[in-house]
Write a protein that binds this ligand. Structure first.
Ligand code: ADP
Ligand code: GLC
Length: 481
């Protein structure tokens, strides 16, 4: 099958979150299974720098008012499948975060990502030697791809289209006045098109025009069909429930493997965890925590955002310290919470460290060196950090929501007895519930036998991408039949 993945970021070239990991690993896993997979990605500076033998397949004098543009084809360093790069200096030659400038969201994001969607349709109908059978769009930034593919067919048989929701809270909503700039026909503006609450919704467009809708866990697929998590799309998703599929993300164990992780001081594996103790000591040293091998060390690697439950975590810190535990937090995001975390770090010197940055290497050391990771999300479509933690023998403490509910088995006595418990789960989105669960984890930590059993069971979990890729193949096949 020829499959074009339309993605706004890809690891290791440009990453703001889990989508980049998925955009790298899913196409590679599909290719491993024999599929003919290519990417389409905007030509941010980092993408052009990573380009190898990029050759133009299309040029345009003034694409979406960004001036001269071209679509290049070649490879990107570190990316497993070939890529089309939408190169437009006017739209994408900007440093730093791909979506946000110095004053918040780039004001022309609708043009930038309309161009991405349009490029997907151009590639669908104009290449002499490769016509995708499936165009697979990821998140709102690629949401116009199914719309452009649908509207620009001009008598060609259109490829099947798939829209994956990685997070329904990010919708790509723009004022109605922007519609005229999107190069879509007038009839595309309406309830059964890109219109959403009197404006233009990029994710909405994908959800309407795509043949299938997927999201990144079974529980989230269910949650977003209800008013609480649906963010205004629950009605649409209920109407299309036959087309909505939840597929839990995988892990690239080539990158996340404590037996061969260049960011750890020593390798370790289930039969010998001494390297994990070395990672803990190194993490304490590197982050400036007291060198205390016996203190339960909680880690957190996450965007600092309300949806991630960072406020719950903040409120749980005094109790965590009182329990004799430590916290190593890595993240960035909401400046207000960042400030509060910095204050707590000062207050609990040596016990709490909050490093505000995006640091891939440190994220690996935290996964290796922490005893447990905290993922108290209010909403979590899938979540990857708990999956990475499991492989590193680091016990996840998670809220029972979305993909966290699908991937962590709670340490209730019967699950412990059955040898299937992998983590600690709480239900209410309150700091009391989180604190109580941290207490529980601390108590269990002192019970070395129970703790080690959970580590072993966690490390044996198999979330490799091959399973998930096979599920996506079924989705594609259902459309080609
Ligand atoms: P989301 O995509 O909602 O941010 P995920 O758990 O799916 O959440 O994915 C987060 C990804 O980003 C993981 O690979 C995690 O290790 C990484 N990550 C998050 N914050 C940071 C950070 N500050 N530094 C390095 N990596 C980070
Ligand atoms: C989103 C979600 C996260 C998910 C990731 C990859 O950013 O917030 O839960 O794991 O996408 O699908």
């Amino acid at each position: 099958m020829r499959i074009l993945h339309v993605v706004p970021e890809v690891y290791p070239v440009v990453k703001t979150g889990g989508l980049a990991d998925v955009a790298a690993a899913l196409p590679a896993a599909l290719a491993q299974r024999g599929q003919d997979v290519r990417l389409l990605i905007p030509g941010y500076p980092a993408v052009l720098e990573a380009g190898i033998d990029l050759e133009p397949v299309m040029t345009d004098g003034n694409l979406f008012w960004g001036g001269p543009a071209q679509i290049l084809y070649g490879r990107l360093k570190g990316v497993g499948v070939p890529a089309y790069v939408l190169d437009s200096a006017g739209l994408f030659n900007r440093p730093g975060n791909p979506y946000i400038g110095p004053d918040g969201d780039w004001p022309d994001n609708h043009l930038r990502f309309a161009a991405l969607g349009w490029a997907a349709s151009w590639l669908s109908y104009n290449l002499p030697d490769w016509q995708p059978q499936v165009v697979h769009a990821h998140d709102w930034q690629a949401g116009l791809a199914p719309a452009h593919v649908h509207c620009n067919a001009n008598g060609h048989a259109p490829p099947a289209t798939v829209m994956t929701i990685h997070n329904i809270a990010y919708q790509g909503f723009f004022p109605a006045s922007s519609f005229g700039d999107l190069a879509l026909p007038e009839q595309a503006y309406g309830m059964h098109g890109v219109e959403f609450w009197g404006g233009v919704g990029f994710l909405k467009a994908g959800l309407v025009y795509a043949d299938k809708i997927t999201t990144v866990s079974r529980t989230y697929a269910h949650e977003i069909q209800g008013p609480r998590a649906g963010n205004g799309f629950d009605g649409l998703l209920r109407d299309r429930h036959h087309d909505v599929v939840g597929i839990v993300n995988g892990v690239d164990y080539g990158i996340w493997n404590p037996a061969a992780d260049p960011h750890l001081p020593a390798p370790y594996w289930p039969e010998n965890l001494t390297g994990k103790a070395a990672a803990k000591a190194e993490l304490q040293r590197r982050m400036g925590l007291d060198p205390d091998p016996d203190a339960p060390l909680f880690g957190s690697v996450n965007r600092i955002a309300w949806l991630k439950g960072v406020d719950l975590l903040i409120d749980a810190i005094p109790n965590l310290v009182q329990r004799g535990a430590q916290l190593a937090l890595l993240g960035h995001g909401d400046p207000w919470y960042e400030g509060t975390l910095a204050e707590l770090e000062r207050q609990y010197k040596g016990r709490v460290v909050c490093y505000i940055a995006f640091d891939e290497a440190l994220s690996h050391l935290i996964q290796g060196g922490a005893d447990a990771v905290l993922v108290p999300s209010r909403s979590e479509p899938c979540g990857l950090t708990q999956l990475y933690a499991l492989r590193y023998g680091t016990v996840p403490v998670v809220r029972h929501v979305g993909g966290l509910a699908d991937t962590v088995v709670n340490a209730e006595p019967w699950n412990l007895a059955a040898g299937i418990a992998t983590g600690f789960v709480f239900w209410d989105a309150t700091s009391d519930a989180l604190s109580g669960t941290i207490d529980w984890a601390c108590d269990t930590y002192r019970d070395r036998k129970a703790w080690e059993q959970m580590q072993q069971v966690g490390m044996a979990q198999d979330f490799s991408w091959d399973h998930a890729a096979a599920e996506y193949e079924k989705v594609y096949q259902s459309l080609l039949r």
